[in-house]
Design a protein around this ligand. Structure first.
Ligand SMILES: *Cc1c(COP(=O)(O)O)cnc(C)c1O
Length: 370
């Protein structure tokens, strides 16, 4: 038995590079609270992503939570259930009510044609997700938001480094929240950021991430502790130097999957989105049993026998979680339900061996009876 192939493997810089980067921390003894590494990382990211402004946080989830809190929102937030727990939880933990909109059957992002029918006089914001790095229909969403006076906060955890029509995807909306978790395309061990335009919003988030402390004798808001520490920032600085190479390697695997799995009846691959520069974060495949001749379960198990752990990502839908029992109805988001029951994300990371990717394709093709 060889080693298990997981769906992702965290990127690390050469050890010596990281040791060099953290060496000065031993001279300054400045471990956290917006030190030199934090400032450097923030500046580097702002340049790399071409965004107007950015605030670093301890993780992507707190980026979402603090942004919603900083906007002083009340009422309902339109979002999708086809996402990681974090998106929905950030809404609920702010005392807001998620209202679930269905997803687009082709790219799995929020179906903009269904947003307006969900707007009530209690709606305050839209929180769409650039799921798998597929870019939401940002123009349509912006039009709706403007027409109804709603805030738009993107969950951009999957879109690090992507552009749409030449503009950074993280620059869209009132705010875009990124995650630098170890499993993402780009990591700072744990980490997150909010990209924004309104300086006041940035200041509010800056204060909230440090307990709402404004000065030594002044606490202006009920914040939390959501600061990024210096060691995480140092990891981010190192990984950022290598991320373009990592994305290029991911692209090779992505193209191989596309070539070997394309054209199989009943097997739906990610769409090729016009005007989007991709980061190759994920490779979701959707199995339509009737045409493909095998259900997701069967393919999942065959891969498992080959020591390959694909993931049912995103399954279950967030509107079916036990913690929300009796509150929402997944039948109201039938497309999301359909996709969640049939999707697998295949292993995809920079160091994935070509031979392993080929083996994965062979196993999937063997299941095909179309
Ligand atoms: C990873 C992720 C988050 C949360 O990010 P963390 O850094 O793990 O807190 C939020 N939304 C989505 C869609 C994610 O994939």
């Amino acid at each position: 038995m060889g080693e298990k192939i997981l769906v992702t493997r965290s990127s690390l810089p050469p050890l010596e590079e990281y040791v060099d980067e953290i060496r000065d921390i031993w001279y300054t003894h400045w471990l956290t609270n917006m030190g030199v590494k934090h400032k450097t990382f923030e500046r580097m990211l702002k340049e790399y992503m071409h965004v107007s402004d950015i605030e670093l946080l301890v993780n992507g989830h707190m980026a979402l939570e603090m942004t919603l809190q900083a906007m002083h929102l009340k009422g309902e937030v339109i979002t999708t259930p086809f996402t990681f727990a974090s998106t929905t939880h950030a809404i609920v933990r702010n005392g807001l009510e998620p209202v679930f909109c269905d997803i687009d059957p082709d790219d799995y992002t929020i179906d903009d044609t269904k947003i307006e029918s969900l707007i009530t006089d209690r709606t305050c914001a839209i929180m769409p997700v650039h799921v798998y790095g597929h870019v939401c229909h940002v123009e349509a969403i912006e039009n709706i938001a403007q027409k109804h006076g709603l805030k738009v906060i993107y969950d951009a955890a999957h879109t690090f480094g992507e552009t749409y029509k030449g503009r950074s995807v993280a620059d869209y909306g009132d705010a875009s929240c990124l995650s630098f978790h170890a499993t993402k395309v780009f990591n700072s061990i744990e980490g997150g950021a909010v990209c924004y335009h309104d300086t006041k919003l940035g200041e509010a988030i800056y204060n909230l991430k440090n307990f709402g402390i404004q000065g030594p004798e002044s606490v202006e808001s009920v914040g939390a502790n959501a600061k990024m520490n210096e060691f995480a920032a140092a990891m981010g600085i190192c990984n950022l130097r290598h991320v373009d190479k990592e994305i290029a390697k991911r692209k090779m695997i992505f193209e191989l999957y596309k070539e070997r799995l394309g054209g199989l009846k009943g097997l739906k691959l990610s769409p090729c989105q016009k005007d989007v520069v991709n980061n190759y974060a994920y490779f979701p495949v959707v199995f339509e049993e009737k045409e493909f001749g095998a259900a997701r379960k069967e393919v999942f198990e065959e891969l498992e026998k080959g020591n390959i752990l694909a993931r049912k990502y995103f399954y279950p839908l967030t509107n079916t979680f036990e913690c929300f029992e009796g509150k929402y109805n997944a039948d109201e988001t039938p497309v999301a339900k359909h996709i969640a029951e049939r999707v697998l994300t295949l292993p995809l990371y920079a160091e994935l061996k070509i031979s392993d990717a080929e083996k994965i394709c062979d196993i999937i093709r063997k299941c095909y009876k179309g």
